[in-house]
Write a protein that binds this ligand. Structure first.
Ligand code: DGP
Length: 112
């Protein structure tokens, strides 16, 4: 499968990893939109949030546990944002489920 994030999981493409365990990996985003911008992804290929169901939803819960760990490690005590773009109109460019963990600046709402 020609998936950039599967290649990062496999170590075929280098990344600046900040966390890894049996089911997920987290690494710095190549085009950071905030002082802290980490992508947290499942090692298993899941195309997007639209493919989450009762068989694979445990990994999403785990990703949120990992997000809290990384946010603490990065000192994001004032707050942070976690976003998953799903589908073209939401701006998803990589078709492997990922959550953007961003912090270190003020964020507007609603997101544009
Ligand atoms: P999205 O647009 O929500 O699908 O986010 C995809 C993000 O992935 C985008 O912020 C840039 C990042 N990205 C794309 N290719 C690579 C890569 O090869 N390495 C890293 N670290 N990030 C990447």
């Amino acid at each position: 499968m020609d998936c950039i994030f599967c290649k990062i999981v496999a170590g075929e493409i280098p990344s600046a990893k900040v966390y890894e365990d049996d089911t997920v990996v987290a690494f710095n985003d190549l085009e950071p939109q905030a002082p802290v911008h980490v992508l947290i992804i499942p090692k298993q290929h899941i195309a997007s949030m639209a493919e989450i169901d009762e068989r694979n939803s445990a990994v999403v819960a785990h990703i949120f546990e990992v997000a809290a760990i990384i946010a603490k490690e990065k000192g994001l005590d004032d707050g942070f944002r976690v976003v998953s773009n799903c589908g073209e109109s939401a701006g998803q460019s990589v078709k492997h489920l990922h959550f953007h963990l961003m912090g270190g600046r003020e964020f507007g709402w609603p997101a544009g």
